[in-house]
Ligand binder design. Structure first.
Ligand code: COA
Length: 260
C-alpha cells in the first residue's frame, strides 16, 4: 500500500495511519479523504491489524479541517459530493469493528474534529485545540460534525461549538467528554501506545461486540440495542478467546487471546 498523503506503519497488531501534509496542517483534501477510505478499508480487512492509531504529522496539527482551497472553488454539487465522501469515510472509521485511537497533538478543527469524533477514543495533548469553525467560513460542518457532537457532548455544547466557532482548549474538551484523556505533550506517544497495546492484547471478538453494541446499538431504540447486545454476547461466548479468558482467570494467569 502506498499513498501520496498518508504514511502507514505497523508495530505488531497496531497500525498507525498518519496524514502527511504538514505544510497544510494535514487539511483534508479530496485525495486525502479517498486515501483514508482505502487505508481504513485495508486495515479492516487485515486480521493481523487489531488496533489503528490515527495521527497527523508535524507538531502543530492533527488536522486543521477540510482543505479550504478546494472549498473555495467548488460548486454546490461538488460540495455535496465532498460532504458525502467525507461522511462515508468517517462512517467507515466509526463502524470499523476495530478500535481507532485519534492522537491529537495540536489543532483538530472542522473536518479534523469531525474525524476525531468518528474515532473510537480521543487522546489529546494539553496543547490541543479543538473546534468547529465552519461558521466563520459561512458554512456548517459537513462530515457529520453536527450529528456526532450532539451525540457525544449534548445539545448545548454542540450548539455552542458550531454556532460560535471558537476553538476550545484540551481541558475544556475533556470536561465536555469530547476527549477521553489529556496528557502533557511529551507523554502523548507513550499514552497512545499504552492504550493501543492494551486494546491489541484484548479479545478481538469481544472488542467487536462492544464497539457494535455501543456505536450501532447506541443509536437504536433501547429494546433493539439490548437485543443486539444479547446476540453479540451469545456469539462472543462461542469464541476460543472467551474459553481462554475464563480459564485463565480460574488458573490465576494472564489470558492470551488469539482472535479465534
Ligand atoms: N485548508 C487548507 N489549508 C490550510 C488549512 C485548511 N483547513 N488550515 C491551514 N492551512 C494552510 C494555511 O493556508 C497555510 O498554508 P500556506 O503556508 O501555503 O499559506 C498553512 O496551512 C499553515 O497555516 P497558517 O494559517 O499559516 O498557520 P497558523 O499557525 O497561523 O494558524 C490555524 C493555524 C489552524 C489557526 C489556521 O491555519 C486556521 O484557522 N486554519 C483553518 C481552520 C478551519 O477553518 N478549518 C475548518 C475548515 S472547513
Amino acid at each position: 500500500m502506498s499513498f501520496k498523503n498518508l504514511l502507514i506503519a505497523d508495530d505488531g497488531a497496531i497500525r498507525t495511519i498518519t496524514i502527511n501534509r504538514p505544510d497544510k496542517l494535514n487539511a483534508l483534501n479530496q485525495q486525502t479523504i479517498a486515501e483514508l477510505h482505502q487505508a481504513f478499508a485495508a486495515a479492516r480487512a487485515d486480521d493481523a491489524v487489531r488496533v489503528i492509531v490515527l495521527a497527523g504529522s508535524g507538531p502543530k496539527a492533527f488536522i486543521a479541517g477540510a482543505d479550504i482551497a478546494e472549498l473555495d472553488t467548488a460548486t454546490a454539487v461538488q460540495m455535496r459530493d465532498f460532504s458525502r465522501a467525507g461522511q462515508d469515510m468517517m462512517r467507515l472509521v466509526e463502524t470499523l469493528g476495530k478500535p481507532v485511537i485519534a492522537r491529537i497533538q495540536g489543532f483538530a478543527l472542522g473536518g479534523g474534529m469531525e474525524l476525531a469524533m468518528a474515532c473510537t477514543l480521543r487522546i489529546a495533548s494539553d496543547k490541543a485545540r479543538m473546534g468547529q469553525p465552519e461558521i466563520n467560513l459561512g458554512l456548517l460542518p459537513g462530515f457529520g460534525g453536527t450529528q456526532r457532537l450532539v451525540r457525544l457532548c449534548g445539545r448545548g455544547a454542540a450548539l455552542e461549538l458550531c454556532l460560535l466557532g471558537a476553538p476550545i482548549k484540551a481541558p475544556r474538551a475533556y470536561e465536555l467528554g469530547l476527549v477521553q484523556r489529556v496528557v502533557e505533550a511529551d507523554q502523548l506517544d507513550e499514552t497512545v501506545a499504552s492504550v493501543a497495546s492494551q486494546l491489541a492484547a484484548s479479545a478481538p471478538h469481544a472488542l467487536r461486540g462492544i464497539l457494535d453494541a455501543i456505536i450501532i446499538g447506541g443509536d437504536a431504540p433501547l429494546e433493539v440495542g439490548l437485543s443486539y447486545e444479547t446476540q453479540a454476547f451469545g456469539l462472543c461466548s462461542a469464541s476460543e478467546d472467551k474459553a481462554e479468558g475464563t480459564r485463565a482467570f480460574l488458573e490465576k494467569r494472564k489470558p492470551e487471546f488469539k482472535g479465534r
